[in-house]
Design a protein around this ligand. Sequence first.
Ligand code: GLA
Length: 396
Amino acid sequence: MEKVVVIIKTIRSKRLYFIAGAVIVIAAIIIYWSYQSGNDKGKPSGTKADEGIPSLAQTYAGYFPIGAAIEPNQTEGPTSELMKKHVNLLVAENVMKPDAIQPQEGVFTWDNADRIVAFAKANGMQVRFHTLVWHNQVGGWFFEDEDGMPMVYEIDPEKREANKRLLLKRLDTHVRTIVEHYKDDIKSWDVVNEVIEPADPDGMRASEWYKITGTDYIETAFRAAREAGGPDIKLYINDYSTDDPGKRDLLYNLVKSMLGKGVPIDGVGHQTHISVQGPSVAAIIDSIKKFSELGLDNLVTELDMSVYAWDDHSNYGEAVPEQVLKQQADRYRELFEAFKANKDMIGGVVFWGISDEHTWLSTFPIERTEAPLLFDTSFQPKPAFWAVVDPSRLDK
Ligand code: GLA
């Protein structure tokens, strides 16, 4: 302070006062500006970051809709901006699952799901429903008998039969109530999710649904959905690893036999949670072709591409190496070229999220750095984005 006083005292002329004042003002502006831009670095930049880049959905307008999974709180903020610009189809990541919509018998909670539908409508997007039936994220009450005991442990044949009827009745009510609620707004429905499990006896997932009803739950769900929704809604059976020939054929045989019984299945949802290592694009397309031969539509319903191979539990830590992101881009490019070439068999491509800032793979199978989507954790386009939108930008 003393030094400053001494310096000021030595500045005698008006000219020097003026120069000193100007220096102080300029310094203050520079300090303020650098402080502000430092703050901005920590802010999500989705709104501005992607200005001037092409829209994913518009790029694919001549091929198929492009979708993404969303949570209700993402209908605001930077994720919502990315969604509005790049996708024309939404799916609820969690809030339309059985436990979210009917947590207790007869108690239907629509608010969160309605928020997503309202956001989609306000922005001219379609919605698909995921999922009426699943073995995960489903209220335990479905599978309890009249006395509150788990149905699966019942050994008396008559009581088992009564339990089966009760479960199918509950399922029928669940499906009809939800389809009634959304049939005007939602045309594409995942009716059952993940019913095939090659490791289980006879290839059907040994879920409570299956243990109590056999395959009747699948039939009941599709028939109830069709009856409640009419011919305009499209009904899908959704599963992962549909590219694996063993699993694919189990699913194919189930669908074929259901169609033979008049069960109203319109299409197959291929989740397509893949990795930079596999499966091959050819295997993915082969499966799509196989189901098309049954006259069914195909949707890619949950696309993302882990930067790790499936059996690899390592962690890149700070950042995914550029080489891996390049490899990811090359594979996304190959995949979308194949989708485009087979567009007549593909009714839509839905990503499981939009940016690496929010992905289930950050905690599955372990907590680690992941980057499976087209936008990075700062909502910026990755090489994978350019690979599917304008590959010429990759070579620059
Ligand atoms: C499955 C389900 C999705 C989602 C993902 C992981 O693929 O179908 O709803 O739960 O697992 O998040």
